[in-house]
Design a protein around this ligand. Structure first.
Ligand code: F6P
Length: 348
């Protein structure tokens, strides 16, 4: 009997997800004669029993599309006492011989635990625009996001220069600064602030003043949304929880740009404006890099399912696709010092 695999996409969507889904289905059906089932809305679909067959026709024409045809959600089955049992019941009900979970660290945490505690046969495909999953040098979605942010910074440059303003560009990156460093470096930012590095407000202001002193009347600061100014009063207002936490206990981030802008204006007297790029960074068509990476990782995941290598993830290392224990992808990969040092060399 043909093997049947389920495919789900969980967590924040990323450009390149459809390229990966297409590759999994094409390989699984075309090379391994498997059956594919699309599970809707990440782990939510396995909790509620929302799945239907995926055919070669269902994945035709999706390569260039952003988002995910399978939809996604930030569902944590372990947030309810019988969530894991419900998942396993539906896996049996749909007759799935394995599940390919495409997502970020939260999706992987659930996959790893279901594998370890409940015996779910699962394979992980890493994807996050934040590029902060351990084990893989790149996750698809990141390159598209960086290019969108870089283009925004390029545009902000010309208006910053015309008005002699300090311009703050707030980019995504809840826990890590990969997007900020790459987009900031590529876009010629004068200062890049990331969660991995402590922020010293006075140093930032001094850098801007020094730029003015040498005739540069504008400055571009790129800040990752996850940056925090420990103990700062204006920052405390950001932490007021008027938002619901998601099922992984995460609050929405964002707003640090405004806090910084007020402080910089107060301390330097320079007019300062903020642009929050937000979800524009996650939407739209994937770059060639993300389409190719999605295709490579998707194909490799289908091969692992055929070989019954469950409890594993696919990853990119030294531009080769490798297989690792899925647990590796649950850990966070911070921006390395040597990369930040390159960015820092252009500060000021
Ligand atoms: O999934 C990563 C990410 O894009 C983060 O960079 C960002 O903080 C978060 O998702 C935003 O999540 P949501 O789309 O749920 O607001």
């Amino acid at each position: 009997m043909a093997k049947r695999i389920g495919i789900l996409t969980g967590g924040g969507d990323c450009p390149g997800l459809n390229a990966a889904i297409r590759a999994i289905v094409r390989r699984a059906i075309g090379a391994h004669e498997m059956e594919c089932f699309g599970i809707l809305r990440g782990w939510r679909g396995l909790l509620d029993g929302l799945a239907s067959p995926l055919t070669l026709e269902s994945v035709s024409g999706i390569l260039t599309r952003g988002g995910t045809i399978l939809r996604t959600s930030r569902t944590n089955p372990f947030a309810s006492p019988d969530g894991a049992m419900a998942i396993m019941r539906n896996v049996r009900r749909f007759g799935l011989d394995g599940v390919i979970a495409v997502g970020g660290d939260d999706t992987f945490v659930v996959a790893e635990r279901l594998h370890r505690e409940n015996g779910l046969k699962v394979i992980g495909v890493p994807t996050t625009i934040d590029n902060d999953m351990e084990g893989t040098e790149y996750s698809f979605g990141f390159d598209s996001t960086v290019n969108i942010a870089m283009e925004a910074i390029d545009r902000i440059h010309t208006t910053a220069e015309s008005h002699d303003r300090v311009m703050i560009v707030e980019v995504m990156g809840r826990q890590s600064g990969w997007i900020a460093v790459y987009a900031g470096l590529a876009g010629g930012a004068d200062i890049i602030l990331i969660p991995e590095k402590p922020v010293n407000l006075q140093e930032i202001c001094d850098t801007i003043v020094r730029r003015h002193d040498r005739g540069k009347d504008f400055s571009i600061i790129v800040v990752a949304e996850g940056v925090r100014l420990a103990g700062h009063a204006a920052e405390a207002a950001l932490a007021v929880p008027n938002h619901k936490l998601d099922e992984f206990g995460r609050a929405p981030t964002g707003g640090i740009g405004q806090v910084l802008a007020k402080e910089i204006e107060k301390r330097t007297g320079y007019e300062t404006r903020v642009t929050v790029l937000g979800h524009i960074q996650r939407g739209g068509s994937p770059t060639a890099f993300d389409r190719v990476l999605g295709a490579r990782l998707g194909m490799a995941a289908a091969d692992l399912a055929q070989a019954e290598e469950f409890g594993k993830m696919v990853a990119l290392q030294a531009n080769k696709v490798v297989m690792l224990p899925i647990e590796v992808g649950t850990r966070r990969k911070p921006v390395p010092d040597d990369l930040y040092d390159v960015a820092k060399a252009f500060f000021g």
